[in-house]
Design a protein around this ligand. Structure first.
Ligand SMILES: *[C@@H]1O[C@H](CO)[C@@H](O)[C@H](O)[C@H]1NC(C)=O
Ligand SMILES: *[C@@H]1O[C@H](CO)[C@@H](O)[C@H](O)[C@H]1NC(C)=O
Ligand SMILES: *[C@@H]1O[C@H](CO)[C@@H](O)[C@H](O)[C@H]1NC(C)=O
Ligand SMILES: *[C@@H]1O[C@H](CO)[C@@H](O)[C@H](O)[C@H]1NC(C)=O
Ligand SMILES: *[C@@H]1O[C@H](CO)[C@@H](O)[C@H](O)[C@H]1NC(C)=O
Ligand SMILES: CC(=O)N[C@H]1CO[C@H](CO)[C@@H](O)[C@@H]1O
Length: 500
């Protein structure tokens, strides 16, 4: 292998290879902040993985444009045996997290690598983390941020790396969860000559502007814990919606939810913003329920659906409205270790999202991901469906953010989303050797492949698990279905690697 050992580097990092989606809401991602630094080495002499950079074109689809930039990737040879496959974990809408490469962590793809003798790469997505194709995040620069450019990066990476290391004839397998799960599937679809197979965990393959189904799954996930639970949440939220209409209540709402500054509703968007943020306390809890994200130092992982429904059933706390407030406060201070919930104004959030610096307050991925949703995917988690507990953050609110932040019109947004489905085929993906694990309580499964299309495109259903559960390290308390799913995916891979 041609890689040199890195000198000892302490990587301070945030985020993920498998991750939820940024929604343009800064706070939604705060629990992703990692509490301590992570070391890339077991000790100086025995690097577990190494960090490197590869040169990429800024625009893969314009031969006349020769501008280039450096993309970050990590590699571990720990498990590689001559003739073994090459695993490529695809980075997503945030900085890559070294824990996915740590051989101590036991993350699932590395357990497969160990059994199959695979060389393992983790490639950061352009415009996220340290992979900066342009000097800043100005909207005109973000034209080079797209899934298609990211897939072309990946194809080029595969080609160059295989040539450099003499691995051209090796079988490359793409892995990813959530958005990178979709990228893994699409890499197999678009570059079947380069990618032999793909594991596309919790992958939303269908782009949609009005993703109202998300909250319908949240309702069902809460109901599975306790049938009364979503009804109590709905009652609480209805009360909140009533109270928030009257400025006389601002003081009390501020206090009840421990907001960081006094509630001030000056526009319809201020109202939608705070309602969306408060609802998100429950949305995020459901999306990551019981996932073993603690291994990547995520905070708040013990706050689960059980916690929500436990607090919502606590009659001693008073009306459901007060129980909901108590849950938000508990999650904020006890689980996320924050002093207060958030600054409740839309304009403050807007200012953060408009900042175009790579060190700006939304540069961890929120601004970039919002741009991708406004140009390619939509995925807006609207409160428009009647079969869910929340209200007050409808489609228009989400769509207008695209205009407010990037000057992207609704027409452009819809055209972009249509083009994405046209380009990749949505649910009707025509490819082979892609496995689609999905979790029954993960709201993202609503946009995923949920039943096997063919023997070559199997879906793996994991009853009772949340977003990307199968990718995290196994734990003693994992439910049996989850362990079976991990094993099932391994067997599928093993079979596919024998195929030509
Ligand atoms: C705010 O809460 C206090 C204490 O619970 C209550 O006495 C007061 O009436 C409330 N204010 C309004 C405007 O409802
Ligand atoms: C979360 O769970 C872990 C282990 O299960 C425990 O050590 C920790 O104290 C818990 N944290 C909270 C905030 O409950
Ligand atoms: C953007 O964020 C950076 C870093 O936090 C800050 O220094 C800069 O002043 C911000 N720019 C604007 C226009 O707010
Ligand atoms: C969004 O979709 C839901 C159906 O799930 C529908 O009821 C609602 O009207 C849609 N919203 C808009 C603004 O079209
Ligand atoms: C926003 O876009 C519209 C239409 O594309 C354009 O006419 C307008 O000048 C843009 N506004 C800004 C502030 O860039
Ligand atoms: C929740 C969900 O949509 N699960 C689906 C995952 O895939 C299986 C097929 O293997 C479906 O039966 C499930 O409905």
């Amino acid at each position: 292998m041609g890689f040199q050992a890195l000198t000892a580097v302490i990587f301070a990092c945030l985020c993920f290879a498998c991750d939820g989606f940024f929604t343009g809401n800064i706070h939604r991602n705060i629990e992703r902040q990692i509490s301590n630094d992570v070391q890339g080495h077991k000790d100086e002499d025995k690097p577990v993985f190494q960090q490197h950079w590869i040169s990429q074109k800024l625009d893969h689809f314009n031969g006349a444009d020769s501008r280039a930039w450096k993309q970050k990737f990590l590699v571990t040879e720990t498990y590689y045996r001559t003739g073994g496959p090459v695993f490529l974990m695809i980075g997503g809408e945030g900085p890559i997290n070294n824990q996915w490469m740590s051989t101590d962590s036991g993350s699932t793809w590395l357990t497969y690598a160990k059994k199959l003798g695979a060389l393992c790469f983790l490639l950061e997505h352009r415009f996220y983390g340290d992979s900066h194709p342009t000097v800043d995040l100005r909207t005109e620069n973000l034209q080079f941020l797209s899934s298609q450019q990211a897939l072309a990066d990946l194809a080029h990476f595969r080609t160059v790396m295989a040539k450099q290391l003499g691995l051209t004839n090796s079988k490359w397998v793409a892995f990813g969860g959530s958005y990178p799960g979709a990228l893994a599937a699409w890499s197999r679809l678009k570059y079947p000559n380069l990618i032999h197979a793909a594991v596309a965990s919790s992958a939303p393959l269908h782009a949609t502007v009005n993703f109202s189904e998300y909250l319908e799954v949240v309702w069902r996930a809460l109901a599975a814990e306790n049938p009364k639970c979503p009804l109590l949440v709905k009652k609480a939220f209805d009360t909140l919606n009533e109270l928030i209409k009257d400025p006389k209540n601002y003081e009390n709402i501020t206090k009840d939810f421990n907001l960081c500054s006094r509630l001030q509703i000056q526009s319809e968007k201020d109202r939608a913003y705070i309602l969306d943020s408060l609802a998100d306390s429950i949305m995020s809890t459901v999306q990551y329920n019981n996932d073993n994200r603690a291994f990547e130092s995520a905070l708040g992982t013990n706050c689960t659906i059980k916690t929500v429904c436990g607090v919502m059933s606590e009659e001693s706390l008073g009306e459901p409205y007060y129980r909901f407030a108590a849950f938000v406060a508990l999650r904020t201070t006890t689980y996320l270790l924050q002093p207060c919930f958030k600054d409740p104004t839309y304009s403050a959030n807007l200012q953060d999202l408009r900042n175009t610096s790579y060190s700006g307050p939304a540069s961890g991925g929120e601004r970039q991901w919002l741009y991708q949703t406004c140009t390619e995917f939509g995925y807006f988690q609207t409160s428009d469906s009647p079969n869910q507990p929340f209200s007050g953050f409808g489609l228009q609110y989400h769509v207008e953010q695209c205009l407010d932040i990037f000057n992207i019109s609704t027409k452009t947004l819809y055209a972009g989303v249509d083009q994405t489905n046209e380009n990749y085929g949505s649910y009707d993906i025509r490819a082979t050797r892609i496995v689609f694990p999905n979790g029954s309580i993960d709201p993202w499964h609503a946009l995923g492949i949920t039943s096997s299309i063919s023997d070559d495109l199997p879906a793996i259903f994991i009853k009772g698990t949340a977003h990307c559960a199968n990718m995290y390290p196994a734990r003693a308390e994992d439910i049996p279905q989850l362990n079976l799913a991990r094993e099932h995916i391994f067997q599928i891979l093993q079979k596919w690697l024998k195929e030509k």
